[in-house]
Design a protein around this ligand. Structure first.
Ligand code: GP9
Ligand code: MN
Length: 433
């Protein structure tokens, strides 16, 4: 009902964080290229195996003066995994406590998400490139409701023989074979590439393996192979960036790169410990939680203010951050995240199971860990009070986001300059091309 919507709006209005004027609009009018790094965790950045960098290209990006990256950015997905990450990034609302929002509500819900906002506010065209079948995670329906004009799924590519692995077209081929379509898009465009090769069980054909890269030897095949497919993903990105640079498209674009969620699950994290220089025998839930960091980078060629930000945030914060870089104001939208560059951004990161993390503390169930020691924290009365407030904040945002999505409340809300998306305008029928 409208009063439920009013409750939600009251919350999202109250958390709104106004942009840092130094960052606002620094990528105004540029094409947006979003690169979804499948199962890619932050610990890979800078990691070395047998003295070799696992992701030399991504590492080099983080050192560039035109890259703004985050090293305390967390995934916030639930059971909807990739689709939850997409929902968080496209709409700045959370996925559901159970199941996938895309799969269960995505066909019918009213969205006010990135493709529609960018189209209506700044004339962007929009497209998704993904080498799996369109119906996976119900994308064929959800993307229309989000306002995506084009969806280049597996049916647009040759995925025969050894060109695909379990979840579709191999990443190097996805980037390479998307170019003819990308070049037809009207600029400015908002284009998202969803990679798949670095997905469990992390299989890579020997022909795609870099003979100069050796996997670690942890005794856990899943963990060992993870580094190999991550290395391949890094190379595929480098090839795509080479293309962008060669054509000069990079100068007209902002590239946003993020990891969607963990690839190594908590049950296997102990096998990672040795590679990370940690003691597997002292592995705790605190350590599991720290591994939920994923990368977030904005590459804005031609700018020089790039650096690594240590601000704590999560996937929910991505859309307001991006829109502000593009010089598009966001106060009117119903976003549960806030601009990561804003000094007003609240550094409390909610996980889908109501655990949370702040710069100083990690809250898991009823235990509060001190981030500095990894041990249970001894809290002052003041800290206790603050953590209670943070806990309430987390419970509230999840509850209100669920109310918004489960009751489809956005159908009652018309922000200034927003026309409801008409999904029947789009025709990329169900992978049946
Ligand atoms: C499939 C891909 C994987 O199309 O996006 O989804 P996930 O299994 O990571 O949720
Ligand atoms: Mn995924």
């Amino acid at each position: 009902t409208k009063s439920q919507l009013a409750n939600v709006r009251k919350f999202t209005n109250a958390i709104y964080a106004k942009p840092d004027p130094k960052m606002y609009g620094i990528a105004k009018g540029r094409n947006v290229i979003v690169i979804h790094l499948e199962s890619f965790q932050q610990f890979l950045i800078g990691a070395k195996v047998n003295g070799q960098e696992v992701t030399p290209f991504l590492n080099s990006l983080t050192n560039r003066e035109d890259t703004y990256s985050f090293d305390n950015y967390f995934h916030q997905v639930g059971q909807g995994k990739t689709s939850d990450a997409e929902n968080l990034l496209e709409t700045s609302t959370f996925g559901l406590p159970q199941g996938s929002l895309f799969a269960t509500l995505g066909s019918d819900n009213t969205f006010q998400g990135a493709p529609a906002i960018l189209n209506q506010r700044a004339g962007y065209s929009s497209a998704v490139f993904h080498g799996n079948v369109a119906s996976f995670w119900n994308r064929n329906n959800v993307y229309k409701n989000l306002g995506y004009q084009y969806f280049f799924d597996a049916s647009y590519f040759d995925t025969s023989g050894d060109k695909a692995t379990g979840y579709g077209l191999k990443d190097k081929l996805l980037f390479k074979n998307s170019i003819p379509y990308l070049e037809q898009l009207q600029q400015p465009f908002y284009a998202k590439f969803i990679t798949v090769t670095n997905h469990f069980p992390f299989d890579l054909d020997s022909e795609d393996a870099d003979p100069n890269f050796t996997a670690p030897n942890t005794g856990n095949t899943t963990v060992d192979n993870y580094f190999v497919t991550a290395h391949y993903l890094d190379q595929s990105l480098q090839e795509f960036f080479n293309y962008l640079q060669k054509t000069g498209l990079d100068q007209k674009s902002i590239v946003m790169i993020y990891g969607d969620h963990y690839g190594i699950s908590n049950t296997e994290n102990k096998s990672l410990a040795t590679v990370l220089g940690k003691d597997p025998n002292n592995w705790t839930n605190f350590d599991n939680m720290q591994l939920q960091r994923v990368p977030l980078m904005f590459v804005i060629p031609g700018t020089t203010g790039g650096h690594v930000e240590h601000t704590y945030g999560g996937e929910i914060d991505t859309l307001p951050t991006l829109l502000h870089l593009l010089g598009i104001s966001t106060k009117r939208y119903t976003f549960f995240g806030t601009d990561l560059f804003s000094p007003e951004h609240r550094q409390v990161v909610a996980f889908r199971d109501n655990n949370f993390i702040t710069p100083k503390f990690t809250s898991i169930g009823n235990t509060i860990y001190d981030n500095a020691t990894g041990k249970e924290a001894k809290l002052t009365a003041k800290q206790q009070k603050q953590l209670q407030a943070d806990d309430n904040f987390v419970n509230n945002e999840l509850k209100l986001s669920d109310s918004l999505n489960q009751k489809n409340l956005l159908r009652f809300y018309t922000p200034k300059g927003f026309k409801a998306v008409d999904p029947t305008q789009y025709n990329y029928a169900n992978g049946l091309k």
